[in-house]
Design a protein around this ligand. Structure first.
Ligand code: BT5
Length: 264
């Protein structure tokens, strides 16, 4: 069974995922979470759905979210950080889910900067963070995480997608994945809040990040550049060496990253 009670019964954290709203079907867990956050949901509140009919990616893209096969969830947090720092939170979530997938499956999951999780060269997880402001300060951040867990078939329009099941040949308990994510996220998020940036997490993030050290194509408003990724900063930006050999700092949200030969 996959519902509020069965999920809550497994979660062992202090506050991440200790309050859950579950839906068999919803438009988008991110949209519901934003409404709930505006109505006062506490930090750590989690929205989970078995199926989304209007799952969203970044920039208005569609996120395929069929029933019974994936984890589609949105976490509400209320950090005292500047709006510019919100992209760091998506890195915290990416690192936490990467660790959870590794622990659950033993698969060599890696992060494609900033926060796609990739196994065997295909995307198994995407993350979408959205925030609400109250004047100049952040009221809430909703971190939406979608993981293809037991999906067996993807449409032809998703050639880069895969699932944990397709990668390993095994089915997995989605509740176990949620429990592990909540545990890893809580530790990482506490560290992030204490430091005010990713300095306590970035070494681990780099170890999991397949983009680091690679020659990649940066796509910025339809302009493509071939650059080398030299490092990732404590605030989660890429340090790249450009065509002139000069180091530049690149922030997520401004660019897409592609491998020289396709998605990674
Ligand atoms: C993302 O966007 O990767 C963020 C996805 C976030 C989804 C979660 S699910 C829970 C929460 N509620 C929501 O409504 N959203 C969040 P982006 O990097 O823009 O990637 C989107 C692209 O990934 C699409 O244009 C497709 O090409 C591809 N895609 C769509 N569905 C996919 C899937 N299930 N698995 C892998 N790739 C997919």
């Amino acid at each position: 069974m996959y519902n509020e009670q069965t999920i809550l019964a497994k979660i062992s954290t202090a506050y991440i995922g200790q309050v859950i709203t579950y839906f068999d079907t919803i438009g988008s867990t991110n949209d519901y979470a934003k409404t709930w956050a505006r109505a006062g949901a506490i930090e750590g509140a989690l929205v989970i759905a078995d199926r989304q009919t209007a799952g969203k990616g970044r920039l208005g893209r569609v996120w395929d979210s069929p029933d019974g096969e994936g984890v589609w969830m949105s976490l509400i947090v209320r950090p005292a950080i500047s709006p510019q720092a919100i992209s760091q939170l998506t890195l915290v979530a990416g690192l936490s889910m990467c660790r959870a997938i590794r622990e659950l499956t033993g698969l060599d999951a890696e992060i494609k900067w900033p926060n796609d999780i990739v196994v065997q060269g295909r995307k198994v997880c995407g993350i979408l963070a959205e925030m609400g402001m109250q004047g100049p300060i952040i009221n809430y951040v909703v971190i939406g995480v979608g993981v293809n867990v037991n999906t067996e078939v993807f449409g032809q329009d998703l050639p880069h997608a895969s699932s944990l099941k397709l990668c390993s040949g095994h089915s997995y308990d989605r509740i176990e994945l949620i429990e592990m994510f909540a545990r890893y996220f809580e530790v990482a998020y506490d560290c992030f809040k204490e430091q005010g940036n990713l300095s306590g997490l970035i070494e681990d993030y780099k170890k999991c990040c397949l983009t680091l050290g690679k020659q990649v194509i940066l796509i910025e408003q339809e302009i493509q550049r071939c650059v080398k990724v030299e490092d990732i900063t404590d605030t989660g930006a890429l340090l790249i060496r450009n065509e002139q050999g000069i180091i530049e700092e690149i922030h997520s949200g401004e660019v897409s990253v592609r491998g020289l030969y396709g998605y990674i």
